[in-house]
Design a protein around this ligand. Structure first.
Ligand code: 3PG
Length: 307
């Protein structure tokens, strides 16, 4: 059996070593396709793969068609919007993610962004502190919970909105649940996004919602670019010179944001939230173990597509 790790943005070497140990201990072979630049390289590499470990790599119908032996794809990470679940089901391929394994890394980066923004990108001018500020966590999943844990250390006043999370779970963490995104945005000085990109959430962060934020509001996005209505946000930041937007997922309209809003906008060049050795080890080894469990014992825990 051949397990392919196909990562356009590679894991730390220590994580790849750990994945290799797991795969080889199970008697399988590991193949690596890292930093590939053309889809044709992926199409070629998947031809004889029985299992695939990916990150944000796109797995669509064309890739699945090329992967005649493929039985399982594990997205080493949380969001699986990069995998065509319907096509995988049609090809009898199991798709899994590794929930929670990289969430602390993403949460820590959100705070790196917050400090940078409230200190005016370290330009020497007087900024503000996070202590005492109202933080809104938009979606209370694995990353949201880590954000809440760290926010307590900063002494922030923490709110969260999540239609799918029981209020009691938030309250147990010292977080104030709110009933709607509108209440979250109108209440909080800083909103940190942790929603997945789904049909329901795409473009949902729009002019009217963000415009509810109080003066000097800060929107932090370590989730997905697709959830932002970029045209709306460009228009709003033009209308309101007090708002800041910091993102780990470069917008389609990055140049317009950067040109029009210097000192109020920042994007990493490449998504960095999960790019730590620890997150790579946690998610990569979890992916390898899930593949071994699936191939040896038929374990389908963490399956995200229909059979
Ligand atoms: C995730 O969904 O797990 C994060 O967005 C990290 O994605 P990455 O593995 O592509 O960095």
């Amino acid at each position: 059996m051949k397990v392919l790790v196909a990562t356009e943005k590679p894991f730390a070497k220590v994580a790849v070593d750990g994945i290799r140990s797991e795969i080889e201990a199970a008697g399988y072979e590991l193949a690596l396709l890292e930093k590939y630049t053309e889809k044709s390289q992926l199409l070629d590499a998947v031809k004889d793969a029985d299992a695939l470990i990916i990150r944000s790599d796109i797995i669509d119908e064309e890739v699945l068609n090329a992967a005649g032996q493929l039985k399982i794809v594990v997205r080493a990470g949380a969001g699986y919007d990069n995998v065509s679940l319907e096509a995988a089901t049609a090809h009898h391929v199991c798709v899994m993610n590794t929930p929670g394994q990289n969430s602390n890394a993403v949460a820590e980066l959100a705070f790196g962004f917050m400090v940078m923004a409230v200190r005016n990108f370290y330009d020497g001018k007087s900024g503000t502190e996070l202590k005492g500020k109202k933080l809104g966590i938009h979606a209370y999943g694995n990353v949201g919970r880590n954000v809440a844990r760290i926010a307590k250390g900063f002494g922030m006043d923490i709110y969260a909105y999540d239609a799918y999370c029981p209020k009691e779970a938030m309250e147990a963490d010292g977080v104030k649940p709110v009933d709607s995104p509108e209440v979250l945005y109108s209440t909080c000085d800083i909103v940190s996004l942790h929603i997945p990109a789904t049909a329901e959430t795409k473009n949902s962060i729009n002019y009217d919602l963000v415009n509810l934020m109080p003066k000097n509001g800060l929107l932090v996005n370590t989730a997905r670019k697709e959830v932002i209505n970029e045209a709306d946000l460009l228009r709003l930041m033009n209308d309101r010179a007090d708002l800041k937007y910091i993102t780990d997922i470069m917008p389609v309209h990055h140049d317009e944001f950067a040109d029009h809003f210097p000192g109020r906008y920042f994007s990493t060049p490449k998504k960095m939230g999960a790019q730590t050795a620890e997150a790579n080890i946690n998610a990569g080894i979890a992916a390898a173990r899930q593949i071994v469990g699936f191939l040896k014992d038929g374990c389908e825990k963490y399956r995200v597509n229909k059979k």
